[in-house]
Design a binder for this molecule. Structure first.
Ligand SMILES: [Ca+2]
Length: 591
């Protein structure tokens, strides 16, 4: 589709927004579809109207409410995080299964936005990929003042809970063709996840919208000059006042009360845990109250901190420094970590040093802790920019076999979405907010508008993820699950820092990972593998991609010549590899 055509037919582009060649080359399939001007409000109205003339049986995605009422589910999410057992997909219900029939990226007249009912259609595919946990990005009604995008940022909630104590759910997420409220539909969605063995983690925004702050001044932080406290770069949100008296370390009781009610409302819906957005925006004292409170209601309620690392903590204006270890001590089961900067780790030791630091940190805690494989989140640009599908496959093979890591994807990455939106910064005549600009963070998942379903043109990535997670999930050999989740992590010495090689070992079973970190060139190395035999049979458990690799086996070592970004996982027969390795290369998370 030509960007210029879009400009003429739908949208008024700002003059500085030059059409990009890559956008012009994408998606031309919609050229024949009749176009109508973009108008999200009218779109909603028409969808609603059309539902009234269609027979209900043809439009209900699930068989009414009755089908979801007797779901047997026992939350075990905290244990999943402790045991590195979660495989997570981050999803945005507003776009998750949106039907952008004309392919212009936006949902407009006659098209269907994502909602909780049509999202159910995607759960079987997600389960089939090997995912057992959804990270659901915020689902609250969005603030409309100084808003970002025509739908409002997911992280600028207008309210968190309703007057009746129920979780506040964005009415846009209600399917107009299915009976019940948006809350009912969320409950149906959660039940459908549980039916498939998928746990549900909800995203708790760290700040509130401007509209919220006006309604709840008692909850909001002020600068010394009386101005609202606003995180740098985010005009649409305001920060909470966490202290009543910071000197005496007395927390704001109204804010604690609101968050307890939030936990209650989550448990009522059957939600299994919370992802705390910018967890450092609240002090450990705060989490020391809220997390134990959640466990008093549901001992298996799991907590993931959006926290990175001590050294890297950017001194962002108005945000305290990041302290992942404090977050662990405060009760979080897992944190984000630094894999999103893996593109800057050009040497294998960068990875090994980082893993050692984290395993040591977990071992200092009272119970095991974990990370997520945050190679790409909604805050990061698509990993496709770093090396296309092979990059995603390479990092998939790694995060499927690393210790202390729960694999993580943001929706769209599994099929290679570049997160380019043709309407990027365009001016829309109609909006649900006070903003007519279709704000997008270019190259990142759209969280500001009613946009298309995430996804790209590389289904082979999803197949690779499925094969890779199948090793981890124990589908190829049930013992591999235990090796990957609980086994030792053995760094293997090589004579080339671009080759990443490690073994995972438990109870006599060994998995070997060998990969070429270089995105552009073949790389060779000799890898020392204690206990390895020259007659070892090598069957790569991962699908082929990129260029072929070559292996020359010897006793105690292997010489490899690997294609760019090529990763391999083998089972090898080295029952004594731990004993034969240099002890400083053997790392073990304590359980
Ligand atoms: Ca469209």
């Amino acid at each position: 589709m030509q960007v210029n055509n879009i400009q003429n037919r739908y949208l008024v582009y700002p003059s500085q927004s030059a059409p990009r060649q890559d956008v012009q080359n994408e998606k031309s399939a919609a050229a024949d579809v009749q176009k109508t001007p973009y108008n999200p409000l009218l779109s909603k109205y028409i969808i609603k109207q059309s539902s009234q003339i269609l027979p209900a049986g043809t439009v209900n995605a699930v068989n009414g409410m009755a089908g979801t009422q007797n779901v047997q589910w026992k939350n075990h999410f905290k244990d999943m995080l402790k045991n590195n057992e979660a495989t997570i997909l981050g999803v945005v219900p507003r776009t998750m299964n949106a039907k952008d029939t004309d392919g212009n990226g936006l949902i407009q007249i006659g098209e269907e936005t994502g909602n909780f009912i049509n999202a159910i259609e995607r759960l079987d595919e997600i389960k089939d990929m090997g995912i057992n946990t959804l990270h659901i990005l915020p689902i609250h009604p969005t603030g409309k003042t100084l808003a970002m995008g025509t739908a409002g940022s997911l992280y600028a909630p207008d309210r968190f809970i309703e007057d009746d104590g129920k979780l506040a759910v964005d009415p846009n997420l209600k399917d107009p063709d299915t009976e019940g409220s948006a809350w009912d539909h969320f409950k149906m969605f959660i039940d459908e996840c549980h039916k498939r063995g998928i746990s549900v983690m909800l995203d708790l925004p760290s700040c509130a919208s401007l509209d919220f702050s006006k309604k709840h001044p008692e909850l909001m932080a002020k600068e010394k000059d009386g101005q609202d406290k606003t995180p740098q770069g985010w005009q649409d949100i305001r920060m909470f006042r966490v202290w009543d008296d910071e000197g005496k370390r007395k927390l704001n009781p109204a804010l604690l009360d609101m968050h307890k009610k939030y936990v209650d409302a989550c448990v009522e819906l059957g939600i299994d845990g919370i992802r705390a957005d910018v967890s450092r925006a609240k002090p450990v004292e705060f989490w020391n109250v809220i997390i134990p409170y959640s466990h008093s209601i549901d001992p298996q309620f799991g907590w993931l901190a959006e926290s990175y690392t001590h050294e890297d903590a950017s001194p962002q204006l108005n945000m305290p420094y990041d302290r992942p270890e404090d977050q662990y001590r405060a009760g979080f089961d897992a944190y984000y970590g630094q894999f999103h900067i893996f593109n800057q780790w050009t040497k294998a030791d960068d990875l090994f040093n980082y893993m050692k630091e984290n395993i040591d940190m977990s071992n200092r805690q009272k119970e095991p802790k974990s990370m997520i494989g945050s190679f790409t989140t909604h805050d990061d640009q698509s990993p496709m920019y770093y090396g296309g599908a092979p990059w995603v496959m390479f990092t998939t093979a790694m995060q499927s076999t690393l210790p202390m890591v729960n694999p993580y994807y943001i929706d769209g990455v599994q099929t290679g979405d570049y997160f380019l939106y043709p309407y990027d910064h365009a001016h829309a005549p109609q909006t649900q907010t006070d903003n007519n600009e279709c704000t997008v963070h270019t190259g990142r998942l759209d969280i500001f508008n009613f946009s298309r379903k995430p996804g790209g043109d590389f289904p082979q990535i999803q197949q690779f993820i499925k094969s890779s997670l199948a090793i981890r999930n124990g589908e190829i050999d049930p013992k591999f699950k235990d090796v990957i989740e609980h086994g030792s992590f053995i760094k293997l010495e090589t004579n080339n820092p671009e080759i990443i090689a490690y073994a995972r070992h438990k109870d006599g079973k060994t998995l070997l990972f060998v990969g070429n970190r270089n995105a552009n060139m073949r790389t060779s190395a000799k890898i020392t593998i204690p206990g390895f035999k020259a007659d070892q049979k090598l069957d790569n458990m991962l699908p082929d991609y990129s260029q072929p690799s070559y292996f020359q086996k010897g006793n105690g070592s292997m010489t490899v010549d690997l294609g760019p970004l090529r990763a391999h996982v083998f089972e090898i027969d080295t029952p004594d590899i731990e004993k034969l390795s240099n002890p400083k290369n053997v790392m073990q998370q304590k359980f």
